[in-house]
Design a protein around this ligand. Structure first.
Ligand SMILES: Cc1cc2nc3c(=O)[nH]c(=O)nc-3n(C[C@H](O)[C@H](O)[C@H](O)COP(=O)(O)OP(=O)(O)OC[C@H]3O[C@@H](n4cnc5c(N)ncnc54)[C@H](O)[C@@H]3O)c2cc1C
Length: 435
């Protein structure tokens, strides 16, 4: 019988990525054994949890962070590394949904999120291959005009000049293939080694006094009048506040956030090293690239001249058995000239999407907070999500509430029944990618 490789399990595939093999000497943190207390208990050792922990510790709060497996073993340590700008939804859509004022606030939060990551990388001296430049290209000719219009819209309405229009000829020169059309280049966005960013944040948190426990799954929450008790297999944490930062790995830990997110799996490969010259031929300026497909392709080169290519997702609870093949066929649609190249790595991870593709923030009473559902756009926004939760705990909740007040829709039918409806919907849209 084939091995079951469940999505939503941080042990599945964490050690299969190129990032894992190139991580900077991970620090091992102990497991929690016994009882402890803190002002804040954070559950989840990805960007959201670590970012909240850093902000709180800096302001003098005592913080205990529980990670069920290893720091970065969730999406934060294995994602595509595309460090984007803006929110997951484009500004014109946010303007229609929320009005211009709130759309502007959302834009500013996204700009601050991008800056937050840059500031932390600089402040904590995190070596994570941060590179500038993200190219967004149309996969159909008819999508080219709207991309150009959007770049203009941002310049006109938000004074954003970092996105410049790229013609299809220039795109072909930059990538050495003619499989995509024109679009825009955003010089504030770029790419990053996501696991080294996460490990660097954990080191910073630890140095600020956060007590990090790995291999410590939080199993239950008991509410008290003055806080919460978080139970683990061999101990518990008593805290005034609980931050739930579990995203696609939440697995029902708290019912309300669970109802508003859907875990889906996304897959990535890394080729063998291509050499400097061939690396430059397929990506002249070493930028990250995304296309306009509903199941988006995203790719960039590594410092050792491999291509990292993300393309393909599934909505089942299991990973495909041969991830390399699963993603390679999408890679060849963009780079048919890489048919001879060996694929060294293939891995997957689980992320949480929301019905409206904007993050879902919330509270349960006065002591429990969460931030989740970045819908595939989380490197900057999950870092910001953690900061916004921390700010809310410290009494500055204007930005948190902007998100918490978004109208989100729960996935119908609870955990089991949401699958068939979601799968049908996602399959429908991914089919449209072909036309
Ligand atoms: C394959 C893939 C590609 C992606 N590509 C990109 C990209 O290119 N650009 C981009 O911006 N975003 C991307 N994303 C999304 C981005 O990675 C996420 O939005 C972001 O990492 C979420 O961070 P987080 O801290 O909220 O969650 P995670 O990083 O998933 O961390 C959650 C953590 O909580 C832990 N946990 C869960 N339950 C418990 C419990 N009960 N007790 C203790 N610990 C628990 C888990 O073990 C996990 O480590 C991608 C995601 C995936 C999976």
């Amino acid at each position: 019988m084939s091995e079951r490789r469940g999505g939503g399990n941080p042990k599945t595939g964490f050690d299969e990525s190129w990032y894992y093999d190139t991580a900077h000497g991970g620090h091992d943190y102990p497991a929690l054994d016994g009882s402890t207390d803190a002002d804040v208990c954070v559950v989840g050792g990805g960007y959201t949890g670590l970012s909240a922990a850093i902000e709180l510790a800096r302001k003098g709060y005592s913080v205990v962070l529980l990670e069920g497996y290893k720091i970065g073993s969730g999406a934060s340590g294995r994602n595509g590394g595309v460090f984007g700008t803006g929110q997951r939804k484009d500004q014109d859509e946010l303007e229609s949904w929320l009005g211009m004022d709130d759309a502007r606030k959302m834009w500013q939060i996204a700009c601050d999120a991008n800056q937050l990551v840059r500031d932390r990388v600089a402040e904590f001296n995190i070596d994570c291959d941060l590179k500038d430049g993200e190219l967004t290209l149309a996969h159909r000719e008819r999508h080219e005009g709207p991309l150009w219009d959007y770049a203009e819209h941002l310049e006109k309405n938000y004074g954003y000049t970092a996105k410049r229009i790229v013609s299809r000829d220039e795109a072909a020169e930059m990538l050495g293939v003619e499989t995509l059309y024109g679009g825009y280049l955003d010089t504030c966005a770029g790419h990053i080694h996501p696991l080294n960013l996460t490990l660097g944040l954990a080191r910073a948190a630890s140095e600020l006094g956060v007590k990090i426990f790995e291999e410590t799954l939080a199993g239950g929450i008991q509410k008290r009048n003055d806080g919460v008790t978080v139970k683990t297999a061999t101990g518990n944490v008593q805290a005034k506040y609980l931050v739930i930062a579990c995203n696609g790995y939440l697995n029902g830990f708290h019912k309300t956030p669970d109802n508003y997110q859907m875990p889906i799996n996304n897959f990535i490969l890394a080729t063998e090293p291509l050499g400097e010259e061939r690396g430059r031929q397929i990506n002249r300026d070493d930028v990250s690239v995304v296309d306009t497909r509903f199941v988006v392709n995203f790719f960039h080169n590594t410092p050792d001249h491999r291509l990292i290519f993300g393309g393909g997702e599934n909505y089942s609870s299991n990973f495909p058995r041969d991830i390399k093949q699963f993603v390679r066929k999408n890679m060849l649609k963009i780079y048919p000239n890489l048919a001879d190249v060996k694929i060294d790595y293939g891995w997957g991870g689980t992320l949480a999407i929301t019905m409206r593709r904007m993050p879902h923030f919330g509270r349960d009473g006065n002591h429990i907070y969460w931030a989740q559902g970045y819908s595939g756009h989380g490197i900057a926004m999950a870092n910001m999500g953690g900061k916004m939760v921390a700010d809310a705990i410290m009494g500055q909740d204007e930005r948190f509430d902007l998100f918490a007040n978004l109208t989100h829709f729960p996935f119908p039918g609870g955990r089991l029944l949401r699958w068939p409806a979601l799968v049908a919907g996602m399959m429908y849209y991914s089919m449209l990618d072909r036309f």
